[in-house]
Design a protein around this ligand. Structure first.
Ligand SMILES: NC(=O)c1ccc[n+]([C@@H]2O[C@H](COP(=O)([O-])OP(=O)(O)OC[C@H]3O[C@@H](n4cnc5c(N)ncnc54)[C@H](OP(=O)(O)O)[C@@H]3O)[C@@H](O)[C@H]2O)c1
Length: 272
C-alpha cells in the first residue's frame, strides 16, 4: 500500500461485488494481510479465498481498529442498518468507498460523519475483470487517496471519474444497468431469428455468440463502434437493410434515450 492509506482495507460485504473486488485486489498484488473482511456469513468459496489470501475475517467491526479504506459492498437496503456499526472504524485519514447503488454521500455522512468519500458504480462484468466503473470523489479526498482508490477500483476494469455526484445516476443508467440491456438485445435477436424460421436453441446460440464476439471485437479494436459498424455494412446489402430499420427516426436511438432516461430517473428516486 502507499503512504496515502493509514490502515487496512476493510471490505464490508463479501457477496458478488465485494468478492469480485477482493479477488481482483489479490490478483493485482495487494497483500491479503492488508485486508479485513466483515460479513455475517460469506459463502464457502469466499471463506476459502479469504483464508488462502491470509486476509482477516470477522462477522462484525472490530472495536479497536481504524480503517485506511472502508470499502462498502453491501446492498443499499441494508446500508442504514450497517453504517452505524462502522462508525468506530473511521479515523482521521479513512477514505470511505461505496459501490451501493443509490446511496448518496450525504446519506452516508449521516452515519459516518464528514469524511473523505468516494461513490463508485461498477457493473456486472466486474466479476470477470471486464467491468467499467464510474466514480465520484468528494473534496475531502486527496490526490494520493484518489490514486489509491483508482487502483482498488481498476482491478475490475477501467475507472472513469465524474465531476458531480449527480452524474453517478447517469453512469448507473448507462453502464451500471447496461449489461442487462445487452442481455435483452440477445433475447430480442434470438426471438427475431426464431420468427425468421430458425430453431429457438440455434437462434439463441447464434445471437449470444454474435453479441459476445462483437463485444470482444469492440474491446480489441482501436476503432470506434461506428467505424466497425460501417466496415460490415455494404451499400444495398443485408446489414444495410436491417440498419435502415434500426436507425430510422423511431428506431433504436429514441428507444435508448427513453430507456436510459427512465433508469436515470429511477436512480434519482432511489437516492437517499
Ligand atoms: N452485482 C453488481 O453487478 C453490482 C453492480 C454495481 C453495484 N453493485 C452494488 O454492490 C453492492 C453489493 O451487491 P452484490 O450484488 O454484491 O450483493 P450481495 O451478493 O448480496 O452481497 C452483499 C453482501 O453483504 C453481506 N452483508 C449483509 N449484511 C451485512 C452486514 N451487516 N455487514 C457486512 N456484510 C453484510 C451479505 O451477506 P448475506 O448474503 O448473508 O446477506 C452479502 O454477502 C450493492 O450495494 C449493489 O448496489 C453491485
Amino acid at each position: 500500500m502507499t503512504a496515502a492509506v493509514a490502515g487496512p482495507i476493510v471490505l464490508v460485504g463479501a457477496g458478488n461485488m465485494g468478492g469480485a473486488m477482493l479477488s481482483g485486489w489479490l490478483k493485482s498484488g495487494i497483500p491479503g494481510s492488508s485486508v479485513i473482511v466483515i460479513d455475517p456469513g460469506p459463502s464457502e468459496r469466499m471463506m476459502a479465498l479469504i483464508g488462502d489470501a491470509g486476509a482477516t475475517y470477522t462477522q462484525t467491526a472490530p472495536a479497536d481498529l481504524k480503517a485506511g479504506i472502508l470499502f462498502l459492498a453491501v446492498k443499499p437496503q441494508v446500508m442504514d442498518a450497517v453504517l452505524p456499526g462502522l462508525k468506530g472504524l473511521m479515523g482521521a485519514d479513512t477514505v470511505v468507498v461505496s459501490v451501493a447503488a443509490g446511496k448518496t454521500l450525504g446519506g452516508m455522512e449521516v452515519h459516518l460523519g464528514s469524511a473523505a468519500m468516494v461513490r463508485a458504480m461498477p457493473n456486472t462484468p466486474a466479476m470477470i475483470g471486464r467491468g467499467i466503473t464510474g466514480a465520484f470523489a468528494n473534496d475531502k479526498v486527496s490526490a494520493p487517496q484518489r490514486d489509491l482508490v483508482h487502483r482498488l477500483l481498476k482491478v475490475s476494469g477501467p475507472v472513469e471519474w465524474v465531476q458531480s455526484e449527480a452524474d453517478i445516476d447517469a453512469v448507473t443508467a448507462l453502464s451500471g444497468s447496461g449489461p442487462a440491456y445487452v442481455f435483452y438485445l440477445v433475447e430480442c435477436m434470438a426471438e427475431a431469428g426464431r420468427k425468421a424460421g430458425l430453431p429457438a436453441d440455434l437462434a439463441m446460440r447464434l445471437a449470444r455468440e454474435t453479441v459476445a464476439g462483437a463485444g470482444e471485437l469492440l474491446h480489441q479494436s482501436p476503432d470506434d463502434a461506428s467505424i466497425l459498424r460501417k466496415n460490415v455494412t455494404s451499400p444495398g446489402g443485408t446489414t444495410a437493410a436491417a440498419l435502415s430499420v434500426l436507425m430510422a427516426e423511431e428506431g433504436m436511438q429514441p428507444l435508448f434515450d427513453k430507456a436510459i432516461a427512465a433508469a436515470r430517473k429511477r436512480a434519482e428516486e432511489l437516492a437517499v
